[in-house]
Design a protein around this ligand. Structure first.
Ligand code: NIG
Ligand code: FE
Length: 427
């Protein structure tokens, strides 16, 4: 018996949803036989009878199991799948996981007929979370967000984007970003932190949104650069207009930060197209997106991130233009948008079900939306999101027969174990 390396961990006996049906990267190191033919055109890029070799936290090779047997190879450690499903670790590419307090009372007011916009105009909504977040200590914010993080991780999530946006002043925005980054250090998850200082007009700048945007551009963005990889803005009648949004993105670009946008959620503002034309990696929400906007997203390679949790929780009626997005081959991601107001949701699998049942995505689009396309929405698709050589060994394993079952069930958790950088997670 021979070993091809002293340190390799091999995952074998899984049905592997590579989520990359076309990749020429899938090749057999042992025999030079390409594996891509085996997955080409198969939904989910399914691969069975193949093993994954992991070294130093990365996928080193994919190989046919019978080749491994034929060469009588042994490895430092073998993880046996026993027919379970293996997918890339799931990616929640849009969340507001860090915040103080909750808004259950506001939800009850909405059940009694008030709208999300009414509440925002009366100074509730985002601003009530801003006041609770400012009051909370950094430790309190960490502990409450940690509990939410555990829910996501228990369902196979290995990468999470977390936005600030409930501080709206320098100290509190930095506090939120530090908590987001600390979550990534203390849990087996990669955290991408996003500055969303342009989420609502800070109370100190009431009636002076331009003055607040000036403060965001002059002070908050420059001092947040070390703590975030992206800058986001909420362009909406109840938040910032197109010109203000553009100023924020101009500044973000000067610092080389990625751009993301909350756009076309409650009305059509043109922010998705603006952001795409400025190089945004994703435009999010998009219920009021136009067909022309779909052409723009497509031409700029901007991912459309759909947030069915907010659509569901706000009882919205207008759905994103799925047919036009498909026609223009815009990559579709989906995410929890986990936040205390519009989407108090802590299950990415449930979001997958909502994306299918409410927006009409296919299960395969929904799962691509929480793996490979979610990676694209974070500009991380070279590192995560599919099972490919050289990507991180972030895997979710499942007690199901087919990936469809992951989004078919409502409730229940079919997780059979999660691996971050090749190591089984515990938290
Ligand atoms: O993504 N749309 C704006 N921001 C959040 C909601 C924030 C809140 O209501 O607290 C969202 O839906
Ligand atoms: Fe959001």
């Amino acid at each position: 018996m021979k070993s091809i390396s002293g340190n390799e961990v091999v995952f074998r006996g899984f049905n592997i949803a590579t989520m990359d049906p076309d990749s020429a990267e899938i090749s057999c190191e042992l025999s030079n036989a390409p594996l891509c033919d085996l997955t080409k055109n198969l939904e989910y890029g399914m691969l069975s009878g193949a093993a994954i070799g992991v070294e130093a936290g990365k996928i080193k090779w994919l190989a046919l199991e019978h080749e491994i047997d034929r060469h009588e190879l042994t490895f430092a450690q073998t993880v046996h799948g026993e027919g379970k499903l293996l997918t890339p670790g799931l990616i929640d590419c849009h969340s507001h996981l860090v915040f103080g307090g909750n808004r259950s009372a506001e939800w009850e007011r909405r059940l009694n007929g008030l709208s999300y916009e009414d509440i925002a105009k009366q100074g509730g909504g985002i601003l009530s979370t801003v006041s609770a977040t400012r009051k909370a200590t950094e430790e309190e914010l960490f502990q409450t967000a940690a509990e939410r993080m555990k829910s996501l991780l228990s369902e196979g999530v290995t990468t999470v984007e977390i936005k600030s946006g409930y501080g709206l002043n320098l100290d509190s925005e930095l506090k939120m970003l530090r908590v987001a980054n600390r979550l990534g250090l203390e849990f087996p998850v990669s955290v991408e932190a996003t500055l969303l200082a342009a989420h609502a007009v800070a109370p100190e700048f009431k009636g002076n949104p331009d003055g607040f945007i000036q403060h965001v551009c002059d002070t908050i963005i420059p001092q947040s650069v070390e703590l975030c990889s992206s800058v986001d803005a909420f362009c909406e009648t109840i938040a910032f207009d197109l010109a203000q949004t553009e100023r924020v993105f101009e500044r973000a670009r000067q610092f080389g930060l990625n751009i993301k946008v909350h756009a076309e959620q409650l009305s059509h503002t043109g922010a998705a197209a603006l952001a795409a034309n400025m190089g945004a990696i994703s435009a999010d929400h998009l219920e009021f997106l136009s067909e022309d906007d779909c052409v723009t997203l497509s031409s700029q390679g901007t991912v459309a991130t759909l947030l069915p949790g907010a659509f569901y929780c706000l009882n919205e009626k207008q759905k994103p233009p799925i047919a036009a997005l498909r026609e223009n081959q815009v990559p579709l991601a989906i995410a929890t948008d986990s936040n205390p107001g519009s989407s108090p949701v802590l299950s990415l699998l449930l979001i997958g079900n909502m994306a299918c049942n409410l927006f009409g995505l296919t299960p395969s689009e929904a799962i691509a939306g929480m793996t490979i396309n979610a990676a694209k929405a974070l500009n991380l698709d070279k590192e995560v999101g599919s099972i490919n050589k050289q990507k991180q060994a972030d895997f979710a394993t499942w007690n199901v027969n087919s990936p469809t079952e992951l989004v078919y069930n409502v409730g229940g958790n079919p997780s059979a174990g999660v691996y971050k950088l090749g190591k089984r997670t515990q938290f």
